[in-house]
Design a protein around this ligand. Sequence first.
Ligand SMILES: Nc1nc2c(ncn2[C@@H]2O[C@H](COP(=O)(O)OP(=O)(O)O)[C@@H](O)[C@H]2O)c(=O)[nH]1
Ligand SMILES: [Mg+2]
Length: 259
Amino acid sequence: MDVFHIPRGGAGQIALLGLPNSGKSSIVGLFTNAKVTIAEFPFSTGAPVPGMMYHEDVPIQLVDLPPYTPEFLMPGQIGAYRHCDLIAIVVDISNEPEMQLTTCMEFLESRKLLLDAATPAVDDQGNALGKKVFCIATKSDLAPAGALDRLKVSCAYPMEYLPFSAASGDGLEELPQACFRLLGIVRVYAKRPHEEPDMKEPFTLPVGSTVTDMARVIHRQLAENLKSARIWGTGVHDGQNVQLTHVLHDKDIIELHFA
Ligand SMILES: Nc1nc2c(ncn2[C@@H]2O[C@H](COP(=O)(O)OP(=O)(O)O)[C@@H](O)[C@H]2O)c(=O)[nH]1
Ligand SMILES: [Mg+2]
């Protein structure tokens, strides 16, 4: 059994990467019900621990992982980064953050885990290897003034930086929002004709998905019999009939009509 293979749950999976004591487990502990070990000693996290975080009604899976150091990576741990949707680089902004970020970026680069628009790395089957990454600059409560700006300047790779503190609550609201946005997904609600929409469990789809894509998610075979759709949401009148190629927006309510 591969303990580092975490089945994807929720609308997307985010794997945490960072040096020992950078604050990874604290993040997963704060946003999810997962039982993480938070400790001052390094290597307190020995196996991956998944937990579910919520952005409003959208579940997003965070995966706490053992630390990375250039000297030691747990066998199989690379797989957790290969199979996630997004990598969060966790940097303790109060303790040599430039060194931590450089170390993580060198690791990602050497394993072809960084998304590179110019020369995308692919596997044998032609699937893209590179992942989208962003940086959580944690322990902002302990950071000297200007530390985050210096960190941003030190790294040439374009990505988002989120100031965060598990101690002061800095970034507590922004983090789930940013994860949702960076995953590149929209949530939509299904409605049956003459019934109220099901607002309890949204469907989540990649940004740019169409009405047909949504039907496929509900039922692959039914999608072939899709005839028309009505939408309540962004850029349409309430209940407007739309083409099957219509692109969905976050929070749209969709009524599908099958033949
Ligand atoms: N002051 C402060 N301490 C933090 C913060 N986040 C984590 N810590 C502390 O840093 C240590 C390491 O945290 P942990 O989450 O276990 O790091 P990990 O090894 O990356 O999983 C623990 O003693 C935490 O209490 C933070 O935002 N501010
Ligand atoms: Mg840990």
